[in-house]
Design a protein around this ligand. Structure first.
Ligand SMILES: Nc1ncnc2c1ncn2[C@@H]1O[C@H](COP(=O)(O)OP(=O)(O)OP(=O)(O)O)[C@@H](O)[C@H]1O
Ligand SMILES: [Mg+2]
Length: 253
């Protein structure tokens, strides 16, 4: 099961990703937690220490390995470097959770970036297409880490939105981007709902059969976001997400 999580800035993508990762791990599954948002925070919200995270380099910056695995400095290099061992060697592990950072896709169309980007896509291709483990990928609203090829591996795109006009608009744009890449299974997850009016607002705008769930604004989550470090064990799973993770594994979603 491969899950990509997207949506407008600040809606709760990382919170949802981290909670799903913990929910799957708590149910005995091995999970790859992938930070594909340049604004990195998934590792910290998952509970890894600041020191471990500081030492973990993003895949896009593994220059020597990129050169080695993509065939040296020459013009012709293989687009399918062997990345299996690399994924295990360059990730952090805690219990059943493995965490890795992708880093930003290099923009600008310069051919200099071709090697780095193709390496990044190869790592994502390996995770999404060649592994049986669960993958939960925290993305930005732009879903440029996915290509037509690797999007085939995404079983479910969760688009998080708050009950606001701009956030719903972004969610719909992401839905379109996902469909253009060939991802058919996309569901909206509404987060931080406080009032009945907000609920009505959402229900009037998003089709019921594309609604994965509705999560309330939760003071405890804000409290934990203010804490110095999140603890890995004994964490509270966001109300509703444990159930959603079970449905996903049961193939109901
Ligand atoms: N249901 C909720 N109730 C209360 N606070 C929440 C809830 N979900 C998320 N938050 C808080 O909202 C803030 C933004 O959440 P989060 O970092 O998960 O969003 P994001 O979409 O990943 O943001 P970014 O686009 O910056 O990566 C955090 O402080 C988080 O603790
Ligand atoms: Mg985030």
């Amino acid at each position: 099961m491969k899950i990509a999580i997207s949506g407008k800035g600040g809606v709760g993508k990382t919170t949802v990703a981290a909670n799903l990762v913990h929910a799957f791990a708590a149910r005995g599954h091995y999970v790859y937690a992938v930070d594909a948002d340049p604004d990195v925070s998934l590792g910290a919200v998952l509970g890894f220490s600041a020191a471990d995270l500081a030492a973990l380099r993003p895949v896009i910056e593994l220059q020597e390995l990129i050169a080695e695995r993509t065939g040296g400095e020459g013009v012709f290099f293989t687009l399918n470097p062997k990345v299996n061992d690399l994924i295990d060697g360059y990730s952090l592990q805690c219990g059943k959770i493995r965490f890795l950072r992708m880093g930003a896709v290099k923009q600008g169309g310069s051919s200099c970036y071709c090697r780095e980007n193709s390496f990044l896509y190869a790592v994502l291709g390996n995770l999404l297409l060649e592994r049986d483990d669960i993958v939960v990928m925290d993305m930005s609203a732009g879903i440029e880490h996915l290509t037509r090829g690797t999007a085939r591996g995404v079983d479910l795109m969760i688009i998080v939105t708050e009950p606001t006009r701009v956030s719903v608009q972004t969610a719909q744009i992401v839905r379109k981007l996902a469909a253009d890449l060939g991802i058919n299974r996309a569901q909206f997850l509404v987060n931080k709902v406080r009032t009945g009016r907000e609920l009505e607002f959402i229900l009037a705008r998003l089709p019921a059969d594309e609604l994965l769930g509705i999560m309330p604004f939760d003071e405890d989550i804000l409290d934990s976001a203010m804490a110095d470090q999140h603890e890995l064990p004994d964490r509270k799973i966001l109300p509703g997400l444990g159930e959603i993770s079970e449905k996903i594994m049961a193939g109901i979603i």
